[in-house]
Design a protein around this ligand. Structure first.
Ligand code: IDP
Ligand code: MG
Length: 183
């Protein structure tokens, strides 16, 4: 059976804006079951370990930001001192640590048919400005990479969701002990 579990984090902006109930209810209404849930104030070390540090992940994050800069006509070397994708990825990761530790977060495990893919669909693409209406990022945020770049921060996009079943397994284990995830 393609029943899966996936990890979702309501990021500090979701909590600060009072959107916790609203966002959880979207997942529930779609038919997903909450099988673990907690509120935490993450430490920088935890976030540092939670997001991958592989060169592949850093490069892909860096390339996304370099593309946004290019579209804006911003010179990455003048703005952040480098145009090397992996280096840029490291800078993004540092900002991500700052963002994810700026306030409490809500971490949960959702279970259901094809949960990983379905949660990503409900959440929408990384940047809220290009997330379609009906998605969580599209309905509750107007942030974009150019505004974020101007303000020297990552995109505030309300939700984290695992992007593959194997990542989901690693991410669930990261935040929850086995007995904390209910059947
Ligand atoms: P995802 O959250 O849609 O899976 P990832 O590539 O895993 O996106 O990136 C993790 C987080 O880092 C994003 O949710 C966003 O907050 C931030 N981020 C990623 N790429 C960029 C970018 O190019 N500009 C600004 N922030 C970014
Ligand atoms: Mg991701």
């Amino acid at each position: 059976m393609p029943v899966e579990k996936t990890l979702v984090i309501l990021k500090p902006d979701a909590v600060a804006r009072g959107l916790v109930g609203e966002i959880i209810s979207r997942f529930e209404k779609a038919g997903l079951k909450i099988v673990a849930l907690k509120m935490v104030k993450a430490s920088p070390e935890e976030i540092e370990r939670f997001y991958p540090s592989s060169e592949e992940w850093l490069r892909s994050a860096g390339q996304k930001l370099l593309k946004a800069y290019q579209e804006l006509g911003i010179d990455p070397r003048a703005k952040i001192g480098t145009d090397d994708p992996v280096e840029v990825g490291r800078i993004i990761k540092r900002s991500l640590v700052k963002y994810m530790t700026s306030g409490p977060i809500v971490v949960m495990v959702l279970k259901g048919n094809r949960a990983v893919e379905i949660v990503r669909k409900l959440v929408g693409p990384t940047s809220p400005h290009s997330a379609p209406p009906g998605t969580i990022r599209g309905d509750y945020s107007i942030d974009s990479p150019d505004l974020a770049a101007e303000e020297g921060r990552v995109v505030f996009n309300l939700v984290h969701a695992s992007d593959s079943p194997s990542e989901a397994e690693r991410e669930i284990r990261f935040w929850f002990r086995e007995e904390e995830v209910l059947e």
